[in-house]
Write a protein that binds this ligand. Structure first.
Ligand code: AMP
Length: 278
C-alpha cells in the first residue's frame, strides 16, 4: 500500500494502472475510519482492481462555527485498517495541495444542496461537491463508493456525475451501526456517556416509523411529530425530520414504499444524522 500526498505523483501512479487496463475503485473519506468506512472500502475492493482511498478533512465543507479544528484524526490506525482491507493507494493531500492560495473554482448543485442538511449548513454541499469533483479528476475512478449514512450527499454526487457526464459509477453502501443501533460516525466520540445513550433514540425512532408504516401509517406529519417527541424526550434538539422522495428529496404527501425518512439532531453540541428508506 502506498501513501501519497502529491497530486502529481498520484496522477502518475493511476495513469500507469489505467494503462494496464485496471478498474480503478475509489472511496473518499475524512479519516478517523470506523467499520462504516471500511464496509465501503470492502465494496470498492470487490468491484475494482486498483483501490484508492483518500483521507482529507475538507475545510470548505465546514462553516466557521463547526468542528474543523477538532475533527478527530488517527492516521496510524487508519493506515493499518486500510492496509488490512487491501487498499493499493492512500491519497492524503494537504489543504494547500487541494486549495492553493490562488484557488477560485467551486461546484454547486442547485436545489438539492439547499434541502435537508443544506438548510442549517448552507455552504456544506458546495464544499463536498467541489472536493469530490477535484478528487475524481485526480483519481479518475471507474467506480466510487459512498455511504447511505450521508444519503443526501450521495444523491447530490449522483446528480453531479450525471449532469457533468462523468464516467464514474456511484455505488451506495448500507449504514453500518453500533450494536445498539446508533449509526457509526467519526463524530460519535464527541458524545458524553449520557448523550451517547440518548442518541440511540435516532435509530429507535426510525425503527418505529418503519414498523408503523408496515402497520398502516401513511401520514408523514404524524410520523414526523412522533419522531420529534421521541428525540425531545431523550434530550435531543431536532435540526430537521423529513419524509421525502428519495430521488428529488421533495416532501411526500403520503408515506409509501421508497420514501426516505431522514433526520438530524443535536445531542449537546454534536450534530448527528441518520435515515431509513421505507
Ligand atoms: P466521512 O469520513 O464522514 O466523510 O465519510 C466518508 C464516507 O463514509 C461517506 O460516504 C459516508 O457516507 C460513509 N459513512 C460514514 N458513516 C458510515 C456508516 N456508519 N456506515 C456506512 N458508511 C458510512
Amino acid at each position: 500500500m502506498r501513501l501519497v500526498k502529491s497530486i502529481t505523483e498520484t496522477k502518475k501512479i493511476i495513469k500507469l494502472e489505467k494503462n494496464k487496463g485496471k478498474i480503478i475503485g475509489f472511496v473518499p473519506t475524512m479519516g478517523y475510519l470506523h467499520k462504516g468506512h471500511l464496509s465501503l472500502v470492502h465494496i470498492a475492493r470487490r468491484k475494482s482492481e486498483f483501490l484508492v482511498v483518500s483521507i482529507f478533512v475538507n475545510p470548505t465543507q465546514f462553516s466557521p462555527d463547526e468542528d474543523l479544528k477538532k475533527y478527530p484524526r488517527d492516521m496510524k490506525r487508519d493506515l493499518k485498517s486500510l492496509k488490512q482491507e487491501g487498499t493499493d493507494l492512500v491519497f492524503y493531500p494537504s489543504v494547500k495541495q487541494i486549495y492553493p492560495s490562488d484557488y477560485k473554482t467551486y461546484v454547486q448543485i442547485k436545489d438539492l444542496s439547499r434541502l435537508l442538511c443544506g438548510v442549517s449548513r448552507p455552504h456544506h454541499f458546495r464544499g463536498v461537491t467541489t472536493v469530490v469533483l477535484k478528487l475524481f479528476n485526480i483519481i479518475k475512478p471507474d467506480i466510487a463508493v459512498f455511504g447511505q449514512k450521508d444519503y443526501q450527499q450521495a444523491v447530490i454526487i449522483k446528480r453531479m456525475v450525471k449532469d457533468l457526464c462523468l464516467n464514474i459509477k456511484i455505488l451506495l453502501g448500507k449504514i453500518i451501526r453500533e450494536k445498539d443501533g446508533l449509526a457509526m460516525s467519526s463524530r460519535n466520540i464527541y458524545l458524553s456517556t449520557q448523550q451517547r445513550e440518548n442518541a440511540t433514540v435516532l435509530y429507535q425512532s426510525l425503527k418505529w416509523v418503519k414498523w408503523s408504516f408496515n402497520d398502516g401509517l401513511t401520514n408523514p406529519k404524524k410520523a414526523i411529530k412522533k419522531i420529534r417527541v421521541m428525540i425531545k424526550q431523550n434530550s435531543g434538539k431536532v435540526d430537521y425530520i423529513v419524509a421525502v422522495n428519495k430521488n428529488t428529496l421533495e416532501p411526500v404527501k403520503r408515506l409509501k414504499k421508497g420514501t426516505l425518512i431522514a433526520l438530524a439532531a443535536y445531542f449537546g453540541k454534536t450534530r448527528l444524522i441518520d435515515n431509513t428508506i421505507l
